[in-house]
Design a protein around this ligand. Structure first.
Ligand code: ZN
Length: 214
């Protein structure tokens, strides 16, 4: 219980940042943190700018509620899948990023290596095919991407990021939206060319060291 309290505060902090940055609207989006065989997760139907720590719900790794009032987010399946597939993942953030979601509507593929920093830190940003939000089709649509990537766009829906902790996952969300804004603005001026293949290789090698903690 004592371990949960600071993590709940971290979840609240990230929810407020997501709302302040317009990464979601009203009750959209959800955040979770894994603590051993438990998951602390945001509740369904609560405004993320106004949520309090005592509203965070504790579930087990199958999504069964252990503690808390109300229901966990309807999008909990993608969180549970991340913890199932990736023992390295300690937190998951899902938001409805406006610019990044616009990229999926406009058919802009952010997996293209355009910005060097994105190749280094995220490897790339794939777009998972459309699935009805909250349905069992969402984890199936992201499963293969989740094995390889920490930041995934969900077509016509938003984005999901995973990290060692909740700030790490949040930072990837911020990076993703920043990338989408840069690419969208650049494309208003004309075509955008990808980085040359040799440079992408160099950046990937740097990225492997970076992600290994170098
Ligand atoms: Zn959503």
């Amino acid at each position: 219980m004592t371990l949960e309290a600071p993590l709940k505060q971290e979840i609240v902090r990230v929810c407020r940042m997501l709302h302040r940055k317009n990464y979601l609207a009203a009750t959209d989006g959800n955040v979770s943190v894994r603590l051993g065989d438990r998951v602390l997760v945001t509740p369904s139907g609560v405004h993320k700018g106004l949520m309090e720590a005592n509203q965070v719900i504790t579930v087990d790794l199958t999504g069964r509620v252990l503690r808390g009032e109300g229901r966990p987010t309807s999008e909990i399946r993608m969180h549970l899948l991340a913890y199932e597939l990736r023992p390295d993942v300690g937190a998951v953030v899902h938001a409805h990023l406006p610019y990044a979601t616009a990229c999926t509507l406009a058919g802009i593929d952010l997996l293209e290596p355009i910005l060097p920093e994105v190749v280094i830190t995220l490897g790339g940003i794939p777009t998972a095919p459309y699935a009805t939000p909250g349905s069992a089709a969402v984890p199936e649509a992201i499963r293969e991407f989740l094995r390889e990537y920490d930041a995934i766009l969900l077509s016509r829906h938003g984005a999901m990021t995973v990290g060692q902790d909740v700030m790490d996952a949040y930072n990837k969300m911020e990076k993703l939206e920043h990338t989408a804004r840069v690419v969208l603005v650049a494309r208003l001026q004309g075509p955008v060319s990808p980085l040359p293949a040799a440079e992408v290789e160099t950046l990937r090698r740097i990225g492997e060291k970076y992600r290994a903690g170098g």
